[in-house]
Ligand binder design. Structure first.
Ligand SMILES: *[C@@H]1O[C@H](CO)[C@@H](O)[C@H](O)[C@H]1NC(C)=O
Ligand SMILES: *[C@@H]1O[C@H](CO)[C@@H](O)[C@H](O)[C@H]1NC(C)=O
Ligand SMILES: *[C@@H]1O[C@H](CO)[C@@H](O)[C@H](O)[C@H]1NC(C)=O
Ligand SMILES: *[C@@H]1O[C@H](CO)[C@@H](O)[C@H](O)[C@H]1NC(C)=O
Ligand SMILES: *[C@@H]1O[C@H](CO)[C@@H](O)[C@H](O)[C@H]1NC(C)=O
Ligand SMILES: *[C@@H]1O[C@H](CO)[C@@H](O)[C@H](O)[C@H]1NC(C)=O
Ligand SMILES: *[C@@H]1O[C@H](CO)[C@@H](O)[C@H](O)[C@H]1NC(C)=O
Length: 437
């Protein structure tokens, strides 16, 4: 009985939902019930003062899944939009003629769902019309996105016709249908999202064709949707592969004192499953250079009313591995601790906790991502694999995780284990501890 009681307490501690204080790119995000948010390949729209996040959930049969929020941080799960379809990837909302539709791709065709009422919030969307290929050549396509211009016209963005990225009209009517081609960007790219800057420039953000592997995403621009489209420049340094993500969509928040342009990326795991996360970052727009640059922020917030992005001033501490207690044969240099294999570890002491979950970001690389795992032990407890806390562990040099710390001072030990006795070592630079979740 005692044991059961302890389990109940532990699990309630672990699942108690906490208000979310930051957008933490690349971390596992939870909804207001404490469950992981599953809205991959999706987009976010704003209606009134509410944000609606639509994406697909693979564990729910790859069906469209809806969340709502007023601050882009605390997300309530509304529900699966339709049980009438499955294997529907990259769903997007389209509003037309007073009706709400969901467009998603099934077998590389556009399938249309319609809501029964006049709001996007429904779990009873039904299939309408027939699956559609992309005109004029009736091609299959991949990676659909949707763009709504200032005058309310809707456009389909997709990669079709021998994998050329293109912009197509969406014809009004009930149901909406895929219309004629507006522009053909001509490049073999996918994952399109588009927005128009306050300066009147259209920006089309795309990823390259690398499956679920992250790649350097690019931007094309034009002053009219029909083109000419130019660019193909990077939105982040090549080497970081868009901070380990791929474009899904863009969100613009026109606030009372600023406009926030936001990159909504998917941080896919190897197979695009529900273990995948999200990489959302503010974009710096230069209408004179026609470039976009992602701001590489560990934690940030945006005020939905003013549009102001805040990215500093949060209580945080960086602990350098080189200053920590190093056990075993690991090698300490000025900047980092190298060769942390299964016979060594790094222990950080005096980490101040609040008696609840808080974000801690591990900055490390590994010698071979399939040959082993890094793990962390809190206050001498059982080591937890970082890959169980975040699927990007080992794949990218910044791994934010939420850990439960005790109120007062805590000790964290970073170690590794190898699989199959292969050579494996981690190189740990630092950990960053934020005082909130
Ligand atoms: C998140 O939602 C909770 C509950 O509605 C609220 O108390 C909290 O202020 C919200 N967090 C932020 C950062 O707005
Ligand atoms: C919006 O503007 C585009 C480009 O000028 C035009 O083709 C389209 O018909 C307009 N839509 C509406 C609803 O006026
Ligand atoms: C991805 O799928 C492949 C093939 O089904 C499987 O071998 C591999 O373990 C999967 N990887 C992950 C991270 O789930
Ligand atoms: C982290 O803390 C430092 C020093 O207190 C502060 O200057 C910095 O803005 C904080 N960083 C973030 C992301 O809040
Ligand atoms: C850290 O490594 C040292 C040396 O291998 C070992 O004695 C110690 O028990 C380890 N500590 C933890 C917390 O794993
Ligand atoms: C860890 O690295 C040290 C130094 O290179 C080496 O002597 C030791 O055998 C390694 N341990 C394991 C388990 O591979
Ligand atoms: C990485 O580790 C795997 C074992 O998981 C091994 O098969 C592979 O050869 C290693 N790669 C390199 C470059 O050492």
């Amino acid at each position: 009985m005692k044991l059961l009681g302890t389990f109940a307490l532990l699990s309630s501690l672990l699942t108690t939902a906490l208000a979310v204080s930051f957008i933490v790119p690349g971390a596992v995000w939870t909804d207001t019930s404490g469950a992981k948010i599953q809205a991959h390949g999706g987009h976010v729209i704003k209606v009134g003062s509410t944000f609606y996040w639509l994406g697909h959930s693979t564990t729910a049969g790859v069906r469209p899944n809806i969340y709502t929020s007023t601050d882009l941080m605390n997300w309530s799960h509304f529900g699966i939009a339709s049980n009438a379809v499955s294997a529907m990837y990259r769903p997007k909302f389209v509003s037309s003629g007073g009706k709400w539709y969901i467009w998603g791709q099934i077998n590389r065709e556009v399938v249309t769902l319609v809501a029964p009422g006049s709001t996007p919030l429904s779990t009873a969307y039904t299939v309408t019309g027939s699956p559609q290929l992309i005109p004029p050549s009736a091609r299959s396509f991949s990676d659909m996105g949707v763009f709504v211009d200032d005058n309310g016209s809707n456009y389909l963005l997709t990669s079709a016709d021998s994998n050329n990225l293109q912009v197509n009209n969406i014809n009004a009517g009930n149901p909406i249908t895929v219309g004629s081609r507006v522009a053909d960007i001509g490049a073999s790219i996918e994952g399109p999202g588009m927005f128009k800057s306050n300066g009147g420039v259209y920006y089309l953000v795309v990823s390259q064709k690398t499956g679920y592997r992250a790649d350097p995403n690019k931007v094309y621009w034009a002053t009219s949707l029909t083109g000419s489209w130019q660019g193909g420049t990077d939105i982040a340094p090549d080497s970081v592969n868009t901070y380990n993500s791929q474009n899904s969509a863009e969100l613009v928040i026109k606030g009372s004192s600023a406009t926030a342009y936001i990159f909504l990326g998917d941080a896919w795991d190897a197979n695009g499953t529900d273990a995948s996360n999200y990489e959302w970052l503010p974009i710096t727009v230069s209408d004179s250079a026609h470039t976009l640059t992602l701001q590489n922020l560990a934690m940030w917030t945006v005020n939905p009313n003013t549009g102001v992005v805040t990215s500093n001033g949060f209580a945080n501490s960086t602990f350098h591995a080189a200053d920590a207690i190093v056990g075993g044969s690991a090698v300490v240099t000025k900047r980092a601790v190298h060769n942390i294999n299964s016979s060594s570890n790094v222990t950080f002491t005096n980490i101040v906790g609040r008696g609840e979950k808080q974000w801690i970001s591990f900055e490390y690389t590994v010698s071979n991502v399939t040959a082993g795992e890094a793990h962390v032990s809190v206050n001498g407890g059982a080591p937890v694999k970082l890959s169980e806390l975040n699927s990007r562990a080992g794949h990218y040099s910044t791994v934010p995780v939420a850990l439960m710390l005790e109120k007062g001072t805590n000790t964290l030990t970073f170690g590794t284990s190898s699989t199959d006795g292969e050579d494996f070592a981690a190189h740990l630079e630092s950990i960053r501890v934020f005082d909130k979740y």
